[in-house]
Design a protein around this ligand. Structure first.
Ligand code: AGP
Length: 603
């Protein structure tokens, strides 16, 4: 999604603006730009493609200024080109925007200066609308009031004026924060973008606006000054650097044993071997769980459904947020809706949460970003401690989501007396073994790199699995698609014979998720059907399962034997590493794949 940086300082801020953009690059973008105030004139530079292109332009045509705004654009309205790149400016203002102005065409028609509009974007209309307000003699409060009345949709705006050395920030629907510095202050899309400058930040609420200069930040809601909590972010510069890895994704795959351990410790008392989650909702008599998310987070939900049935004897309905938000929500007695989101900003998930709350449903969020929109709107929130996840492809957030959902299912089983203390203690002992099970896979990474070297030229790949393995097959296919651009599908293994097996020939690798469990034999049969039709078979299994698969498989990767319910978390790593190495062989942009954004804050 688009990234916003604003700086009000008492020295040249150009290179700090670029530094902030680089930290926001993980959100995904296709152009970048900045604008500063030089002798009360707005000067801007924009570039198509990477931030390095913007740096090159500024090196050629330097730009100075103590106050400025900057932007990484993920195109929604208007193709990626310099004309549509932000900032958008008139002779009086420059603006950068994240979100979608749904009624920009109607507004464009009422502008006095619409002939000056050059781009195809919804955002440029806002720059001209503010200019109209200034020409009519309005100042901040009226301008903000009129914008909040006129504009429909989601927007986070940072505005630079020629008439003053102050920035204006306005927030509705898209995330926006202000950062407190020593002799300078900041505006940013998130804590990661502000990390190079400050750890002291306040998240704006919907319809908040702020006036930022190098000495002060004043936050308003309507005409009233408000105090928003100043939080100290835990994001260190080291946690948003690659730390010697070639890609953030690789670093984050390797962080999983540690962050799984951190997340585990936050939920259990290792001495007493009991679960401790601070939730009033989870203590109530829950009869139904709805799990709502998008993308990889939704696949975590599909897997978790089995745990809620198995350990808590509770049915779990899984829905992708972009569908859930438009369905007729039927409120069931004893229903809790859990929203899972790494970023905590995914628009579809946030909108689903808004709908659930409108229907009086109890809501819990599982997010990886403190103070995110979804966590702040939920009745309760539970945090995964994966740390900042910069790579667009979700890895450590996925496994910590799985762990968190597994632990919640066990807690519910305990609360319902469906499982006893002894069973809980046994499970916890096994959970404490997770980091070493994951490390074991990382130590065998080269085996996965070798497998990747043999299939990276495939045009189509199928992932198949049964039960929880089906959810992992879906996740494996998504990982491969999003970073290598190879077409891949995840299927329930039992579904192959109902159509997809027509795709099988020697050019289509089939990756079987087949650790030993109650579905091993059935999945084995499905792989045998593939073999009989000349398919190339790669198996992700465990040491016990490997023995019987050697005749059937072209390639095998095996994990250490572990309990069935831990298999999805453990098997996630080979799935991730396989996709990672295939993408490396393909030479794609692993951390910022084309067309994708880390946080999808538009619909
Ligand atoms: C996962 O690798 C993708 N980047 C994407 O599917 C992602 O999981 C989805 O956009 C949901 O994001 P969230 O967890 O931040 O809500």
């Amino acid at each position: 999604m688009c990234g916003i940086v604003g700086i009000a300082s008492n020295n040249n801020c150009t290179y700090a603006l670029i530094e902030g953009l680089k930290k926001l690059a993980y959100r995904g973008y296709d152009s970048a730009g900045l604008a500063t105030l030089v002798n009360k004139e707005i000067v801007k530079r924009v570039a198509l493609g990477k931030i390095g292109n913007l740096e090159a332009i500024i090196k050629e045509k330097p730009i100075e200024g103590n106050i400025g705004i900057a932007h990484t654009r993920w195109a929604t309205h208007g193709s990626p080109n310099e004309l549509n790149a932000h900032p958008h400016a008139t002779n009086k203002v420059a603006i950068v925007h994240n979100g979608i102005i749904e009624n920009y065409k109607e507004i464009k028609n009422i502008l006095s200066n619409k002939s000056l509009i050059k781009s195809e974007t919804d955002s440029e209309v806002v720059a001209h609308l503010i200019t109209d307000y200034l020409d009519q003699g309005h100042d901040y409060p009226e301008i903000v009031e009129k914008l909040l009345t006129e504009l429909k949709g989601a927007f986070a705006l940072a505005v630079l004026f020629t008439k003053t050395n102050k920035l204006l920030a306005i927030k509705r629907g898209s995330p926006l924060a202000v950062g407190y510095g020593e002799q300078n202050n900041f505006i940013g899309s998130d804590a990661i973008g502000l990390a190079p400058f400050t750890k002291k930040i306040s998240y704006l609420e919907d319809d908040d606006w702020a006036i930022v200069d190098n000495k002060n930040i004043f936050i308003y809601h309507g005409k009233n000054k408000v105090d928003r909590e100043i939080s100290i972010t835990s994001i260190s510069r080291q946690s948003i650097e690659k730390g010697g890895y070639k890609h953030f994704m690789h670093k984050e795959i390797y962080e999983q044993p540690t962050v799984i351990g951190e997340t585990l410790k936050s939920f259990i008392d290792p001495e007493k071997k009991i679960i401790k989650i601070n939730s009033e909702i989870l203590k109530t008599d829950i009869k139904k769980i709805s799990l709502i998310a998008c993308g990889t987070s939704a696949f975590a939900c599909r897997i978790a459904r089995f745990w809620f049935e198995e350990f808590a004897n509770i049915g779990a309905n899984v829905d992708i947020a972009s569908e859930y938000r438009y369905r007729k929500l039927l409120k069931t007695e004893g229903e809790v809706v859990i929203f899972i989101s790494q970023s905590g900003e995914t628009r579809d998930t946030l909108a689903s949460l808004e709908e659930a709350k409108k229907h009086g449903l109890k809501t819990i969020s599982i997010v990886n970003v403190l103070d995110s929109s979804i966590s702040r709107l939920s009745d309760e929130n539970i945090f995964t401690l994966a740390g900042p996840e910069i790579g667009v492809a979700s890895t450590k957030a996925f496994t910590t989501q799985l762990l968190t959902l597994l632990i919640i299912s066990i807690l519910l089983g305990k609360n319902k007396n469906f499982i006893n203390d002894n069973f809980e203690s046994k499970i916890i002992t096994q959970l404490l073994d997770l980091p070493s099970l994951l490390n074991d896979i990382l130590e065998k990474e080269n085996e996965l790199r070798d497998i990747a070297s043999k299939i990276y030229n495939a045009k189509d790949v199928l992932y198949i699995g049964r039960g929880m393995g089906h959810g992992l097959a879906l996740e494996g296919a998504l990982k491969l698609k999003e970073i290598s651009y190879i077409h891949a599908e995840g299927y329930a293994a039992g579904e192959l014979k109902h159509g997809p097996i027509a795709l099988i020939d020697e050019s289509v690798p089939v990756i079987g998720i087949i650790p030993t469990n109650n579905l091993y034999e059935k999945t084995y049969s499905n792989l045998a059907e593939v073999k009989a039709r000349g398919g190339k078979i790669i198996c992700i299994t465990d040491k016990e399962g490997k023995k019987n698969l050697e005749d059937l498989s072209d390639l095998i990767f095996s994990i250490k034997k572990c309990n069935d319910y831990l298999q999805p978390i453990v098997c996630a790593l080979p799935v991730q590493l396989l996709a990672y190495h295939i993408a490396c062989f393909k030479g794609t942009d692993v951390d910022q794949p084309r067309n994708l954004a880390k946080s999808v804050t538009v619909e």
